[in-house]
Design a binder for this molecule. Sequence first.
Ligand code: PGA
Length: 255
Amino acid sequence: MPSNRTRLIAGNWKMNNDVPAAKELASALVEKVSADNGVEVVVCPPTIDLACTSHKIEGSAIKLGAQNVYWEASGAYTGETSCAMLKSVDAAYCIIGHSERRDYFHETDADENKKARALIAAGITPIFCCGESLETREAGEHVAFVTAQIRAGLDGVEIDSADQLVIAYEPIWAIGTGKTATAADAQEVCGAIRATLAEIYGEELAGGIRVLYGGSAKPENIAGFLAEEDVDGALVGGASLKADDFAAMVEKAGE
Ligand code: PGA
């Protein structure tokens, strides 16, 4: 990995941990996660846990991310959360375009595009997820599919600096299945993502944007992914729910 990109390890808790459990995990992470090994660390709890997690990690090196946002500023949108609300609990990041949102909640590239615009305007960095199904991969269309998601999701989305955007490549067939992509699989797509970002934003900005791998990433396999040129960190689901495993992954990212 070129040295100008700071590695990023983000934990996606998904729909796990009620408020007491979130407080417990956040406190354990503050205790166990290395504070100064040069790795940026983010936790993304469910919306209801954002405020208590923010409180627990205050003053630590761990940053807060949300798992979802709505693009309108305020109003009659029952059940939704605005960018300003995320800002009010000091969220610095927000996951968008996760395959679970696209599949179970029917979110489209156009929705992700509106979320990306609203977040960047609010000063929150989107962690923009993309990834192909097993069927698409077996048809050999994974690179074309993922780069099309990037082009559509980021169409007209402007940034002035590379830290305003993070991409997470998560092959759907590797999420929560225990089945990981190989490091070479991850590099093939992450490299293609960076080339697409260069077409959109120019070489210089694209060279600074972090591209993460996600999908059954764990302490035992993270080093292999991080050794690849275009993999700058990981979006971690299952293994982010165990403080020891998550801390171990941050440790390995700093080596
Ligand atoms: P996983 O999830 O690590 O449990 O596979 C990753 C993700 O969906 O972000």
